[in-house]
Design a protein around this ligand. Structure first.
Ligand code: THU
Length: 136
């Protein structure tokens, strides 16, 4: 299915929101602060930051924080149209494998804005996660 047309300025406003969320990151172990913002088909924007833990594996990435927060507030019917990811170091940072699968669950047609190896990049989630897993 073709991706939906995003409103003009979506990328810039989502990146701005992601940078704002990044300030709340709890990253004392990696010192790598990440922010994420997601846009839903209803036009709502949800923010997330990474939240680390002394038990390192319990860490939650910024992208999943934003998505879980959206589901908690709006319920499971939401559709993600776009995700923006920023980091405080200004280095390439695309969503990790776990986050790609979670984005795909709620946004199989979503586009992702992130800093890639060759600068700011826009990729459909299906390019980042071909053959994403689905139970239904
Ligand atoms: N991290 C994110 O929050 N999102 C990403 O896309 C990549 C990695 C976090 C997890 C951890 O807190 C820190 O960055 C270093 O891996």
């Amino acid at each position: 299915m073709p991706k939906k047309k995003l409103p003009a300025g979506t990328r810039e406003s989502l990146l701005r929101s992601a940078r704002k969320a990044m300030k709340n990151a709890y990253a004392p172990f990696s010192r790598f602060k990440v922010g994420a913002a997601i846009l839903t088909s209803k036009g709502d924007v949800f923010l997330g930051c990474n939240v680390e833990n002394s038990s390192y594996g319990m860490t939650n990435c910024a992208e999943r924080t934003a998505i879980f927060s959206a589901v908690a507030e709006k319920g499971p019917g939401l559709e993600i149209l776009a995700v923006a990811v920023t980091n405080a170091q200004g280095v390439p940072c695309s969503p990790c494998g776990a986050c790609r699968q979670v984005i795909y669950e709620f946004g199989p047609h979503a586009v992702i804005f992130y800093q890639g190896k060759n600068g700011w990049t826009e990729s459909p989630i299906t390019d980042l996660l071909p053959e994403g897993f689905r139970l239904k």
